[in-house]
Design a binder for this molecule. Structure first.
Ligand code: NAP
Length: 499
């Protein structure tokens, strides 16, 4: 536990939290236009956290109008990169001051251990804002070769009003991945957080106002995906939409864009990532420990979770034993216990039920090597043991369906060709990992895996400086790195004739 909150326990703090569930539209806290709310409960113990504004189509109109007004006025879009950088750095400082609170809100909302949200999610989000703030005044535009007597400039222009729709698994971090570049580029933004995890987004909106970011530049509009999300996706005055979530919703957003104004989309969708362990792996124990991290960290609620482990026959039995042993590092415990480093609660009882159903559906078809049980902790049954299922038939649905929970399948392969074919036998293409001590094999296999990120001799590698996103039905557009700015700017060519 850090700074000013160090004296009290997380549970005490949670009970004392002043949570304001109203939307932030045009710089003001607002109830939904019809005063409707929805209740937010913590999966940690089933407690009631807050009543959140269930925003309406009218609220969407207001938010879009506010975002457009301020964009046209230019008090953010035209103040220049250096001024935007200063404001975003100020926001990052305020987030750092409130990082305990931001972390606690994410843990309460979606069940992840406080030991992780304080060390990974909150600081990572602060750094994301700092990184894009620092980037934006160091980018130069272009003056390409043109015929004598003329000059052309190619400049990056903000798009205007950008909608951002986020999922619940990394509520603050994924919002930061999108908001930081979108705001740094000069856009006005409307953030629609997942209904199950709105709290850190609302605090972030308050902090943005405190940091001096003008009213209307960052609106936070909670509500259902169907009303608020789709309202934004169909809106004729929203210029771009950045989304992270399921492939099914991503496809719906493509339809909405086509039906409305062809708004630009960047879509980060589902995954079913493979982890290939070759029998020339240098350190099988490390590979097994990392495989457990890749499958079970964040309760397996990770889009790029390495939920399909493919192991070459020569090391199969030894790997399976070590993998099962290391899965115990991710046994669920009380997420508000500062010392608990394992897994927390799944996002909701309903989601835990879905995951349990998937496990039960596979129980008779393969061998449950570890886990398989639902647990009751703190009076909540939203907890599931890390579960490893081996020896399922090749065409079993569990190899293809994204479970988004702590469930990994393990299959055996013999040849490199077979491993590559199995790894690519999915509609997704978000990530893949491979373990080998043979450098030629590492390059050969990595180049043939259809995945946005391939991790060699580690799993699920990710960094602020490298793009993250998918191929195939994992979507398109990239978060993180300088490439993410491309989602939020348009290239403008301006010609000058002076000859
Ligand atoms: P989801 O059901 O697709 O929801 C994502 C967001 O979309 C939520 O804010 C949701 O709102 C909203 N939404 C739902 N229906 C909508 C509609 N018709 N129009 C517009 N917006 C709509 O996904 P989730 O359950 O939150 O997250 C799990 C999924 O996200 C998994 O498939 C996972 O792989 C994917 N994911 C991908 C990445 C990546 O980077 N590729 C990262 C994390 C997660 P409500 O929740 O309020 O209904």
């Amino acid at each position: 536990m850090t700074n000013q909150l160090a004296e009290r326990s997380w549970r005490q703090l949670a009970q004392e939290l002043p949570i304001d569930g109203r939307a932030i539209i045009n710089g003001e806290r607002k109830n939904a236009s019809d005063n409707a709310t929805f209740a937010s409960y913590s999966p940690i113990d089933g407690s009631h956290l807050a009543d959140i504004a269930s925003c309406t189509a009218q609220d969407v109109e207001q938010a879009v109008a506010a975002a457009r007004r301020v964009f046209n006025e230019g008090s953010w879009s035209r103040i220049g990169a250096v001024a935007r950088k200063q404001a975003l750095l100020h926001l990052a400082d305020l987030m750092e001051e409130h990082s305990d609170l931001l972390a606690l809100l994410d843990s309460l909302d979606m069940g992840k251990p406080i030991a992780q949200s304080t060390v990974v999610d909150a600081p990572g989000s602060v750094e994301t804002f700092r990184w894009y703030a620092e980037l934006v005044d160091k980018i130069t535009d272009e003056v390409p070769a043109t015929p004598p007597g003329s000059t052309a400039m190619v400049t990056r222009e903000p798009l205007g009003v950008v909608a951002v729709i986020t999922p619940w698994n990394y509520p603050l971090e994924i919002a930061a991945w999108k908001l930081a570049p979108a705001l740094a580029a000069g856009n006005s933004v409307i953030l629609k957080p997942a209904a199950q995890s709105t709290l850190s987004a609302l605090l972030l909106g308050d902090l943005a106002l405190k940091a001096g970011i003008p009213a209307g530049v960052l609106n936070v509009v909670p509500g259902s995906g169907r009303v608020v999300g789709e309202g934004l996706a169909l809106h004729m005055d929203v210029d771009a939409l950045a989304f992270t979530g399921s492939t099914a919703v991503a496809k719906r957003l493509l339809e909405c864009s086509g039906k409305s104004n062809m708004k630009r989309l960047s879509l980060e969708a589902g995954g079913k990532s493979a982890n290939l362990v070759f029998d020339d792996v240098e350190d099988l124990e490390t590979a097994a420990a990392k495989a457990a991290f890749g499958a079970f960290y964040n309760q397996g609620e990770v889009c790029s979770a390495n939920s399909r482990v493919l192991v070459q026959r020569g090391v199969y039995e030894r790997f399976l034993e070590a993998f099962a042993r290391h899965s115990a590092d991710y046994l669920p415990g009380d997420p508000l216990d500062q010392d608990h480093q394992g897994a927390g609660a799944l996002v909701s009882r309903e989601h835990a039920e879905d995951v349990q159903r998937a496990i039960e559906g596979a129980r008779g078809d393969g061998q449950i090597v570890a886990g398989g049980q639902r647990l009751n902790i703190n009076g909540s049954d939203a907890y599931i043991e890390p579960t490893i299922i081996a020896d399922l038939p090749a065409e079993h649905p569990l190899h293809r369906t994204e479970i988004f929970g702590p469930v990994a399948t393990v299959s055996v392969f013999d040849t490199e060709e077979e491993a590559i074919a199995l790894a690519n036998n999915t509609e997704y293409g978000l990530a893949a990992s491979l373990w080998t001590s043979n450098l030629s094999r590492a390059h050969r296999v990595a180049s043939r895996l259809v995945a946005g990120t391939v991790s060699v001799n580690t799993v699920d590698a990710l960094g602020l400086t490298t793009p993250f996103g998918g191929f195939k039905q994992s979507g398109f557009g990239r978060d993180l790195s300088a490439h993410a700015l491309d989602n939020y700017v348009g290239l403008k060519t301006t010609w000058f004739q002076h000859g």
